[in-house]
Write a new protein. Structure first.
Lengths: 108, 407
């Protein structure tokens, strides 16, 4: 009986793990899509993971911003960087995804 | 069972999915561990240190925030009044123009508009038109942003986005005279750089165009030399506008045009950026980052320079008045409870430069909070910063004070 209980716990654990990883990978996929196509972040930023070599804004691999920092600047803009959120260029889901993507790719 | 297709990543991204598969791994990847300034800047992941375009600078003098935001250490701003070129901070909105993009420097062109006889001058022609030398302070609007308490976007400068520079070039007055004078209905002097052009970005968003009150032209100059050498590309070479007493952004780099206009420029860098607005508010109705205010700070000793030996301590710093001549500066060694007048030392390079000050204190071993407070044109530095959304124009003396240990 005990072995059965352990088995259930392990099964639930790996199930939740799979769910989390699946969410992560979907978010990363959307984030990359936004980065490359909708927002074209690579025009201005360096990010090795996305093979982008833009030279206008900060090098994201060096900067390694936090998710909150990325969300903030993508929403409100800064200097020449557009306010993707405020100007309705990206949805909030897209901003979440690209922020998540950048944070988990920068410097890797 | 439905097969789920996942978009292809390159191999480095795939490592994220297959490498750190544990929940703990994901947690580490998403948290950002704070890195101390010292480690981040002197042992960072980039083994080269400074970006290529400023390799000639003194790496040890800097805190590297990003490739375009490089701050001078508090103690490296210059104890001989002038900040050496090797130590001058970098703050660029656009990528620095390369020699190739600039082309033949003597043939660099600047157009003058909003004058009786609009003209375009080459750098060679400007050099024949007139000659002057002037010392001014170059200071980023955001110098001191790092002290603000609220979450402020932008480079977190403390004191190092400032320098005292001797410029050589032609007075704007002389250029204006050569064009028959300013249009009578002009209200602003609007300068524009051309460094956005190679980027291909929308000029409305990327052009660095700044309007300042027309009167500024009387003391302004077009500079081609910085501290005795041809103006480096990184600092806006071959030609930049120098607006004495006004924040750095107005000293437009890679100058392509000066126009006397009835209204302010409508580009982003004028209309929405560089506005001093209350926290939570923004808009072009708020004042632009124009005249700098009276300000001072101690450059030695600081917690950066290590502990000071008990006995006579020379407390050294810089003091400036913005567009007014700095009149005096006081120093406190007890966190602002009492103040004594400090001495100005060294040459007086005019109201637009800063003065070096020294205060000699006899200090017993212990901890001290040292502060300086300057006065100019009837105004004195306030204790507290003026709270504003983007952390501009900080001149509060309290945040600029330093904690030192005397042993």
């Amino acid at each position: 009986m005990r072995i059965f209980k352990i088995f259930i716990v392990v099964l639930l654990f790996s199930f939740s793990l799979t769910i989390n990883l699946k969410a992560d990978s979907e978010k990363m996929a959307l984030g990359l899509e936004v980065y490359n196509n909708k927002a074209m972040c690579g025009t201005c930023h360096i990010l090795k993971a996305a093979a982008s070599e833009g030279d206008i804004g900060p090098n994201l691999d060096s900067l390694k911003p936090s998710e909150e920092q990325v969300k903030g600047v993508v929403t409100e803009g800064l200097g020449v960087m557009p306010a993707f959120g405020e100007e309705g260029l990206l949805t909030s889901e897209e901003i979440d995804a690209v922020s998540y993507y950048v944070v988990n790719s920068a410097g890797k | 069972m439905k097969k789920k297709t996942i978009k292809k990543f390159d191999t480095s991204k795939r490592n994220f999915l297959t490498g750190s598969v544990t929940l703990a791994g994901v947690a580490v990847a998403t948290s950002v561990l704070p890195i101390s300034i010292a480690k981040a800047n002197h042992e960072d992941s980039d083994p080269k240190g400074l970006p290529d375009f400023i390799k000639w600078k003194n790496r040890d003098a800097f805190i590297v925030h990003s490739k375009k935001g490089i701050e001078t250490h508090r103690s490296a701003i210059g104890e001989s009044l002038i900040t050496p070129n090797r130590n001058i901070y970098i703050r660029n909105n656009m990528p620095t123009m390369s020699d190739t993009q600039i082309g033949d420097r003597n043939n660099w062109k600047v157009s003058i508009k909003g004058v009786k006889n609009p003209k375009t001058f080459s750098l060679a022609q400007l050099k024949k038109l007139g000659h002057t030398t002037m010392a001014t302070i170059l200071q980023c609007s955001g110098n001191g942003r790092g002290f603000f308490a609220h979450e402020v976007r932008g480079s977190q400068w403390k004191t190092g986005a400032a320098a005292c520079v001797v410029w050589t070039g032609v007075p704007m007055k002389v250029v204006v005279d050569a064009c028959g004078g300013v249009d009578s209905d002009a209200v602003f002097m609007t300068s524009a750089g051309i460094d956005h052009e190679p980027t291909g970005l929308d000029p409305k968003k990327a052009k660095v165009e700044r309007s300042v009150p027309k009167k500024v032209y009387k003391d302004a100059m077009l500079a081609w030399e910085m501290n005795g050498v041809p103006l480096p590309n990184a600092h806006g070479g071959p030609l930049r506008m120098v607006t004495p007493g006004y924040f750095g952004i107005n000293n437009v780099k890679h100058l392509g045009q000066v126009a006397f206009t009835k209204t302010e420029s409508t580009v982003k860098y004028m209309k929405s950026s560089y506005r001093i607005s209350p926290i939570g508010k923004k808009g072009s109705q708020y004042p632009s980052c124009w005249e700098m205010s009276v300000k001072s700070w101690i450059t030695r000793p600081t917690d950066e320079t290590g502990t000071a030996k008990a006995g006579n301590v020379q407390i050294v710093g810089v003091a400036m008045g913005g567009t007014k001549k700095v009149g005096s500066v006081k120093v406190s060694i007890d966190g602002g409870q009492s103040w004594k007048k400090a001495k100005f030392v060294g040459p007086d390079l005019g109201k637009y430069a800063w003065r070096q000050f020294v205060f000699e204190a006899n200090l017993a071993p212990g901890s001290y909070n040292l502060a300086s407070k300057a006065s100019a044109g009837g105004k004195t530095q306030p204790e507290l910063r003026y709270e504003n959304r983007r952390g501009y124009a900080h001149n509060g003396w309290k945040d600029h004070s330093v904690n030192i240990k005397v042993v």
